[in-house]
Design a protein around this ligand. Structure first.
Ligand code: ADP
Ligand code: ZN
Length: 220
């Protein structure tokens, strides 16, 4: 089963993708994570995209399509979760072609709906564990008082993203509405889109995604 999680920054795509990886053995393909890794390890491409990412703008289609192409060549038994890709119509077309040539199909596109106020609140309060990627939130899920990650136990290794500030977030939201939100219509027209409410408790969102996957499975 291959799915796309679609939604604005802060909609909870990464959190849900992690859950699907743990419970269903799917493989998460997050272009944002791949780009951050390239940046952190100081590759030539990483250096090139670092400013663009910090500002909240999109990196070129060519770069992200290249990253995804490499991963698809290896295949994944549990299926792929596309998280933060595609983000433009050109990327969506490229993904369609890549899936076809690698003998994969797209089973569902899940749009996670969240209002903008919630996004700003979530993102400006967010930090993640450097050990395992567990996401914390200053208000709803604060870092434990003893400084140890509840998931992996690592001590005092919590990071905030360079682009998780109000200024970059404005740009990220604008990029989303201008360039990514047309994908909602694109996949709707293909009969592949299902909208879910991304505002509920994490468990409720998980349940909504499970329902979509069950329907997609019965249709396949
Ligand atoms: P978000 O929390 O905004 O969903 P991501 O981790 O998915 O963040 O992406 C972070 C940044 O990486 C984006 O703002 C953009 O600069 C770059 N990026 C990630 N995926 C893509 C993509 N598919 N196309 C273009 N740029 C991307
Ligand atoms: Zn951890």
């Amino acid at each position: 089963m291959n799915i796309i999680l679609l939604g604005p920054p802060g909609a909870g795509k990464g959190t849900q993708a992690r859950h699907l990886v743990e419970t269903r053995g799917m493989v998460q393909l997050s272009t944002g994570d791949m780009l951050r890794e390239a940046k952190d390890s100081g590759t030539e491409m990483g250096n090139r995209v670092s400013d663009v990412m910090a500002k909240g703008e999109l990196v070129t289609d060519e770069i992200v399509i290249g990253l995804i192409r490499e991963k698809l060549e290896h295949g994944a038994e549990g299926g792929f979760i596309f998280d933060g890709f595609p983000r433009t119509l050109a990327q969506a077309d490229a993904l369609g072609a890549l899936l076809e040539t690698t003998g994969n199909i797209l089973d569902a596109v899940i749009e996670m709906e969240v209002d903008d106020t919630a996004l700003v609140e979530r993102i400006t309060a967010r930090s993640t564990c450097g050990g395992c990627g567990e996401v914390y939130n200053d208000k709803t899920k604060p870092i434990p008082a003893d400084g140890r990650c509840t998931n992996c136990g690592k001590e005092n290794d919590f990071k905030r993203r360079a682009d998780d500030n109000e200024e970059s977030l404005k740009t990220r939201l604008m990029e989303y509405y201008k360039k990514t939100s047309p994908l909602i219509g694109y996949y709707y027209a293909k009969g592949q889109l299902t909208k879910i409410n991304g505002l509920g408790e994490i468990e409720n969102v998980q349940a909504a995604i499970s329902d979509v996957l069950a329907v997609a499975k019965s249709n396949s």
